[in-house]
Design a protein. Structure first.
Length: 399
């Protein structure tokens, strides 16, 4: 790993390095030159410094002994006595990975009075649950939880760590990765493992145009976050054999700069990720008022309306309704897409749906490549007909 080191005794603050940096990564603060994370190590500053005050130091990369890191550790997010469902999806993936490299599966659970939760976890193919309990850990505080996570990793030395890409997971995982100066891949859509225990972390990149395969070959642990509903939940183990290890929480791990004054539960409609039926509207919809048509169909089928990104960008619907790479991942039993072309960024968020019915007037629309049923037609003709048909059938059957 290379590093640029400024010799402040030699630097006369001429500012030449600031001018030559093509990445705007150098600035002057408090009478000192600073190099930010935007630096790409092009060395132009070092070469152009008249005082030779910037040294490029090429440190030899330290390579970790992979044999010393064993196990797949799943972070168990829990709130008010409920384990987040992404946990069981992560255990499912951990199980697949563990089988191919013959590693154990561990869970880490942090909180207060949560020991009963470990019984739920032990029904699954988990070898050991590491339990950290303390009243100070009742609510998530990123600094204390990072300390505890670090403690667990130093004890267990897991090769792979899986964390849900929830609000908490997204805040916690990068901090943990930074403590170990190791890699983290966010929002993985698929995970594979090589014989040498390198985790192949697959996720869309460059706006969804490529599926990047990311590995962490020089450091351990390897950390990946995965969104809820991307992986399949695991089944309970036939012969659960796991154990609980209660871990000691030292007082200094609980030092926090965060004070929690009040915890309030936000009233929310079920998220589009949690419903079984979705009617997804796209740019084929001509105006905001027309959305009521698709909302009516959604209500009739006991589902919710969701949309593509352009409708969110036009301000027609709230972001929480957006499906896709930069929106929510959904896996409903039924999704009917109306006037949606099927761009990769949209498909990335819904391709695992159980039944996809696509309505589009363009027979060459990419969405038809993934739909289970294709309706080639105008949404303004097909959807009203569908609504009428459902209502008639219900009237006839007295529903
Ligand atoms: C980094 C990045 C992230 C992105 N993230 C997301 C994301 O999370 N979610 C997302 O959705 N997009 C995302 N996008 C945008 C994405 O690339 C597409 O632009 C978007 O999904 C297109 O939405 P659409 O299918 O509604 O519109 P269009 O692609 O314009 O398709 C409209 C479709 O409607 C059909 N149509 C028109 N009129 C009718 C009619 N009367 N009856 C039937 N069919 C009709 C047309 O034939 C067409 O196929 C992202 C893009 C980038 C670069």
């Amino acid at each position: 790993m290379a590093e640029l080191v400024i010799n402040h005794n030699r630097c006369n603050l001429c500012g030449k390095c600031i001018t030559v940096c093509p990445f705007n990564a150098i600035s002057m603060h408090g009478g000192k030159i600073e190099i930010s994370a935007g630096c790409k190590m092009c060395k132009l500053c070092s070469k152009n410094c008249p005082e030779q005050a910037i040294d490029f130091i090429d440190k030899k990369r330290t390579v970790v002994n992979k044999e010393e890191w064993k196990g797949i550790l799943v972070f168990v997010e829990n709130f008010e006595g409920n384990i987040h469902p992404v946990t069981f999806e992560l255990i499912g993936k951990a199980n697949e990975i563990a089988k191919s490299i013959n590693h154990p599966i561990y869970c880490l659970i942090i909180g207060d009075q949560i020991s009963h939760q470990t019984n739920k976890l032990l029904k699954y193919p988990v070898n050991k649950v590491f339990l950290y309990e303390d009243k100070e850990l009742k609510h998530f505080r990123v600094d204390t939880y990072t300390n505890i996570f670090e403690d667990c990793i130093r004890t267990v030395k897991p090769s792979v760590i899986l964390v849900g890409a929830t609000l908490i997971g997204r805040s916690l995982a990068p901090r943990v990765a930074a403590r170990f100066r190791t890699g983290l891949t966010a929002d993985c859509t698929s995970l594979e493992v090589r014989e040498n225990t390198d985790l192949v972390q697959i996720r869309p990149a460059f706006g969804g145009n490529i599926m990047a395969q990311i590995i962490t070959p020089y450091s351990r642990p390897q950390i990946a976050t995965v969104r809820h509903k991307v992986m399949t939940p695991t089944k309970q183990a036939d012969f659960p054999l796991g154990k609980v290890e209660r871990c000691f929480v030292t007082p200094e791990k609980l030092n926090s700069k965060i004070t929690i004054r009040k915890v309030m539960i936000k009233e929310e409609l079920p998220s589009i990720s949690d419903v079984e039926v979705l009617i997804a509207a796209g740019r084929g919809v001509r105006g905001l008022k027309d959305l009521s048509l698709f909302e009516e169909l959604a209500t009739l089928l006991g589902g919710q309306l969701a949309t593509t990104r352009p409708l969110v960008e036009m301000g027609w619907v709230h972001y929480s309704k957006q499906i896709g790479l930069s929106g929510r991942t959904v896996k409903p039993k039924l999704i009917i897409t109306c006037g949606i072309s099927g761009a990769v960024q949209f498909m990335a968020g819904m391709s695992a749906s159980e039944c996809i019915i696509a309505i589009n007037k363009d027979r060459n629309a990419p969405i038809f490549g993934q739909a289970h049923y294709a309706v080639i037609g105008d949404i303004y003709e097909v959807v009203p007909l569908l609504i009428e048909k459902i209502k008639k059938t219900r009237d006839t059957n007295g529903i």
